[in-house]
Design a protein around this ligand. Structure first.
Ligand SMILES: Cc1cc2nc3c(=O)[nH]c(=O)nc-3n(C[C@H](O)[C@H](O)[C@H](O)COP(=O)(O)OP(=O)(O)OC[C@H]3O[C@@H](n4cnc5c(N)ncnc54)[C@H](O)[C@@H]3O)c2cc1C
Ligand code: SF4
Ligand code: SF4
Length: 952
């Protein structure tokens, strides 16, 4: 994206926004300000079913920047919405004004008091916070199902909860202090007495206003009773009014009001939470009851018992997963009214766990059950039980008609009404034609989610949704005095119903609170409180058909943290969102100029900078591989001439590999003659002159692999293996200056020799390649031709799959698994060493830490633990830095778009501090890793070779 383009987009903004842009541009760098069609749409998307496109998106990195943004926003009356991970479901993280995104920063975290407390910046992902305190036997209280994607800012601002946290361990109950930036740009650290004192001086009026509201509420005994009653069950409807009855000091009131305020009362720049115990011993049981009433009785008995979670699943929920792999066979025989409870108990030791499991079983003993209740503490078994629960949402997502949205609603009933409320919900869903809908949720807290698919494409369908929601809201509130939002936040979705749930007096207090803290109404207006009774039916998000491979995407955002391009261009969700919009514009014929502009921008922001590693699929609840989608788009973009050329290259692969080796040799010679500095400068200049078409040179560029004889070795030995050195391994040797002179295949041969193997090679090795290099660029036919050729050669060399096959490069091996005959016994290097060589070699651990990088393909093949085990057999300390996923080098992307690799590995250098060398299983990945870690990276086989001798 050029500066001119960015500038012309800014010129087209409405006057007020142009002034905002200009003023913000005085203190924000241009790359953190966006108003172009691609990025406003992409960043504007969250997990809800609302679509608002911001006029301006800014990435703020510091509190000072937020302070200045709020100051400008206040002066120009420009509304501002904060965004953490955008996994919200109720429309609270979208805006048609200015979106302030936390991306790329705010990751600071400090463990305090031996893990009893943790101070976190708002961009820390929930699971990262847990990983920090887990070694100390602690975790944060809030436990939303989205915890691997959502961030602390959003968790606290939504008062998110989950299966175990209930009403006693949520952010409201566990918050200790916050650093805040308020609407007027002022700052307050509630944990710092000096900051509180200063704030009291400068904000007397505000604090007096809070004290007056506190007194008014506390004087009204009926209101106090109502507030206390409402928070006995989970409740995130409206503001946290309990702050006004639980606390006296107005600063403490403010601190607790911020929890669940959804960015409408101020910005949270740091929060300190008290952590809770994370017991290491767990056991689970699946109980099945003849009907919901019996399940509710069992839940009531379990409440207060030694259980940490009780998850309810109605018959429709069970039906949505029955018959699928891993699901209990008896599901299919359950009666039409059956209801299941998944019960979990946790304990500090095995004996307590057993006692608790017995106690829980005794508690539900008298309640009729369809299958005998049995707890298991075997990880594989209880994980299977939890797979039932985890499979529910994807099952509805996968079954939905393309174009429809999956709606997840989130209500809570007082415990005594759980059974009747669930039955009424089931009836309402059927009455309104939501026959595919399912009900599940956190029964211990009376918190139920009901999920159904909804078409928002026609007014009749919107009216059906309206009728259903109106009925549900009045049933939950008027019949059962429940909560309309148990944990997902009010957003735009429930804003029109807050008064209905809370009553006139409480609603009036909420409005006055908002006016007090945000008098100009610039903070996320329309969220939590909204005077428009139909706001929940407006700005509904279209989900048009784009391509089979991505049509099931629910835009949840779970994939985003895995994506190496998330900080530099776009994320999987954003790629899909933009392609959906392009498809919609194409289908409707509306705004061809916008369609063209989005397509143009997609080329770099979506397509060229996708590493196509597919790591996104590993986090996706509906298993979408956006990398595969991008490959399809690339394939569709090639001309016949380009495809023919690729086929020709594939057909004469040996020559191509020869050219590559000679090219590397020439570059290495130039490097030797010119030195690193001059070579970098000259190659950089040449690349710039070519309009970035020439590959980027870097000092970690490999030298050509030594032309060593790759002939059969160890003839006549009993143990045999077919070794397929990938084309990368055959071409790329170590980098200049690396003390290791050998190519990876030499290390492999050495290890195999020590382990007593006869090594066989496939015929015509020089011409062989798995086809990944072609396929990832979208040359599908050329890739397929190479795969067939390799399959034939391996079939022959392995005697029809009898002899195991070893490939030294994980990405190639992973592709071979997908593209070749399943009878071939294919092994990745770590897998082969772990499975076949551990007993054949004597390992001697080397001192000092080594860094290890698990490639995306190894991750997807489930080899992370084996990689660690092999490395730990070789080195006293193994460092696998947290938060470093896909390296973004992706074959040639690291040469063509080095910024992708740089962004993906921006945390690597600090993560491997103290390590002198690193190891992995992909030669091109190792180039980028070495470049950004500042230490050499090589195949893990070198480490194994160095640390082993023959066992016999
Ligand atoms: C499939 C799925 C399952 C889910 N399961 C659960 C669940 O089990 N329990 C649950 O509670 N929720 C759940 N959610 C909803 C959502 O994931 C959580 O509420 C989550 O905490 C939102 O965090 P976020 O980082 O995505 O925040 P965002 O969506 O980015 O923002 C949330 C709100 O916080 C505000 N905000 C963000 N940062 C700040 C800040 N620094 N200061 C002030 N305001 C800020 C935003 O303006 C917005 O109003 C689920 C969502 C999905 C898609
Ligand atoms: S691709 Fe999957 S994980 Fe990503 S937003 Fe879509 S559904 Fe969610
Ligand atoms: S394939 Fe990789 S780079 Fe592409 S969208 Fe998925 S995670 Fe991101």
């Amino acid at each position: 994206m050029t500066t001119e383009n960015r500038h012309s987009d800014a010129l087209a903004l409405p006057e007020r926004y142009r002034r905002f842009w200009d003023e913000a541009a005085a203190f924000l760098p241009p790359e953190r300000m966006m108003c172009d069609p691609f990025r406003t749409l992409a960043f504007g998307t969250d997990a809800s079913f609302y679509r608002l496109v911001p006029k301006i998106v800014v990435k703020a990195r510091t509190s000072e920047e937020v302070r200045r943004l709020l100051e400008v926003a206040g002066r120009l009356a420009v509304p501002v919405t904060f965004r953490a991970a955008g996994t919200s479901l109720s429309g609270q993280a979208v805006s048609d004004s200015v979106l302030v995104v936390l991306a790329g920063g705010w990751r600071g975290a400090e463990v305090l008091d031996g893990g009893a407390r943790v101070a976190l910046e708002p961009g820390v992902i929930g699971s990262e916070a847990n990983a920090l305190v887990a070694p100390l036997g602690r975790k944060i209280g809030p436990d939303p199902a989205s915890i691997s994607a959502c961030m602390i800012g959003g968790i606290v601002a939504n008062n998110a909860a989950g299966m175990c946290c209930g009403t006693s361990m949520n952010s409201y109950q566990t918050v200790e202090s916050m650093r805040l930036v308020l609407a007027d740009g002022s700052s307050l650290d509630t944990g710092d007495p000096e900051s509180r004192r200063r704030f009291a001086e400068t904000h007397r009026e505000l604090l007096d206003g809070l004290a007056a509201l506190r007194d008014e509420v506390q004087r009204d005994a009926a209101l106090v009773r109502r507030i206390r009653e409402k928070y006995r069950i989970k409740n995130t409807t409206g503001y946290s009014l309990n702050a006004l009855v639980d606390f006296d000091d107005p600063v403490d009131v403010l601190l607790h009001l911020m929890v669940g305020s959804e960015g409408t009362l101020g910005f949270i720049s740091r929060v300190t939470l008290r952590t809770v115990v994370d017991h290491p011993f767990k056991a689970s049981a699946l109980a099945c009851f003849p009907d919901i009433e019996k399940a509710a009785i069992a839940t009531q008995r379990l409440k207060g018992g030694p259980v940490s979670a009780v998850e309810l699943m109605d018959r429709a929920s069970i039906r949505s997963v029955e018959g699928k792999a891993g699901m209990p066979a008896y599901f299919e025989g359950l009666g039409p009214d059956a209801c299941a409870l998944l019960i979990e108990t946790r304990a500090p030791d095995a004996a307590t766990l057993r006692r608790q499991a017995d106690e829980a079983r005794d508690l539900v003993d008298g309640v009729p059950q369809l299958v005998p209740l049995a707890f298991t503490d075997v990880k594989a078994e209880y994980e299977k039980l939890w797979d039932v629960r985890k499979g529910l949402f994807p099952a509805v997502g996968a079954a939905r008609r393309i174009g429809t949205t999956v709606v997840i609603e989130d209500v809570a009933f007082p415990m005594q009404h759980l059974a009747a409320g669930t039955v009424d919900l089931q009836r309402a869903m059927h009455r309104h034609g939501y026959d595919e809908g399912i009900i599940f949720g956190h029964a211990l807290d009376g918190n139920l989610h009901f999920t159904f698919t909804q078409d928002f494409g026609t007014s009749a369908e919107v009216a059906r949704y309206q009728g259903f929601m109106e009925e549900v809201c009045s049933m939950v509130v008027q019949t059962y005095d429940g909560s309309l939002k148990g944990e997902h936040g009010t957003g735009r979705n429930m804003a029109p119903f807050v008064e209905m749930e809370w009553g006139v007096a409480a609603y009036g207090i909420m409005k006055r609170l908002k006016r007090l803290l945000d008098p100009k109404g610039i903070l996320n207006p329309g969220v939590v409180l909204n005077d428009d009774p139909h706001v929940y039916l407006e700005n509904l998000k279209p989900l048009p058909r784009a391509a089979d491979v991505v049509d099931r995407c629910i835009e949840c955002g779970f994939c985003e943290p895995r994506c190496p391009s998330r900080e530099v261009t776009s994320t999987p969700r954003q790629r899909i969102t933009v392609q959906r919009e392009i498809a919609r514009l194409r289908q409707t014929g509306e705004d061809p100029a916008r369609q063209q502009r989005l397509a143009e921008q997609f080329r770099y922001l979506g397509e060229e900078t996708c590493a196509t590693d597919g790591l996104c699929a590993t986090a996706c609840p509906v298993s979408i591989d956006t990398g595969e989608y991008v490959k399809q788009l690339r394939a569709a973009s090639w001309s016949g001439v380009a495809r023919d050329r690729a086929r020709r290259y594939a057909g004469d692969f040996a020559s191509l590999a020869g050219w590559a080796r000679r090219g590397l040799g020439a570059a290495d010679l130039a490097h030797a003659v010119l030195g690193t500095g001059l070579m970098s400068a000259l190659s950089g200049a040449a690349r710039r002159l070519s309009g970035d078409r020439l590959p980027a040179w870097n000092p970690q560029m490999p030298r050509p692999a030594r032309a060593s004889a790759l002939g059969a070795a160890g003839a006549g030995r009993e143990r045999k293996v077919v070794y397929f050195p990938s084309c990368l391994a055959r071409t790329m040797g170590p980098a200049r200056g690396d003390p290791e002179e050998r190519a990876v295949f030499e290390a492999v041969l050495s290890v195999l020799d020590k382990a007593g193997y006869e090594v066989l090679f496939p015929r015509d090795l020089d011409a062989l390649c798995c086809g990944l290099a072609f396929d990832s660029k979208g040359f599908r036919e050329a890739g397929e031709a190479k795969a067939r050729e390799l399959e034939g050669a391996l079939w022959e060399a392995s005697r029809g799959g009898e002899v195991p096959v070893l490939c030294d490069t994980s990405p190639c091996l992973q592709r071979m698994r997908k593209t070749t005959d399943g009878r071939l016994r294919l092994h990745e290097p770590v897998e082969f060493i772990h499975g076949f060589l551990m007993d054949e070699l004597r390992f001697e651990r080397q001192p000092g830490p080594v860094a290890v990088h698990v490639t995306c393909s190894a991750t997807k093949m489930g080899l992370a633990e084996k990689t660690r085990a092999v490395a730990e057999a070789c080195a006293e300390k193994v460092v696998i830095p947290a938060g470093v996923g896909c390296c973004g080098f992706a074959g040639d992307r690291g040469f063509l778009h080095p910024e992708l690799n740089a962004a993906a590995l921006s945390d690597l250098r600090s993560g491997v501090a103290g390590c002198a060398e690193g190891f992995s299983t992909g030669r091109t990945c190792e180039i980028g890793l070495a470049l950004h870690a500042g230490i050499p990276y090589r195949s893990i086989v070198f480490l194994v070779d160095r640390c082993t001798s023959p066992a016999r």
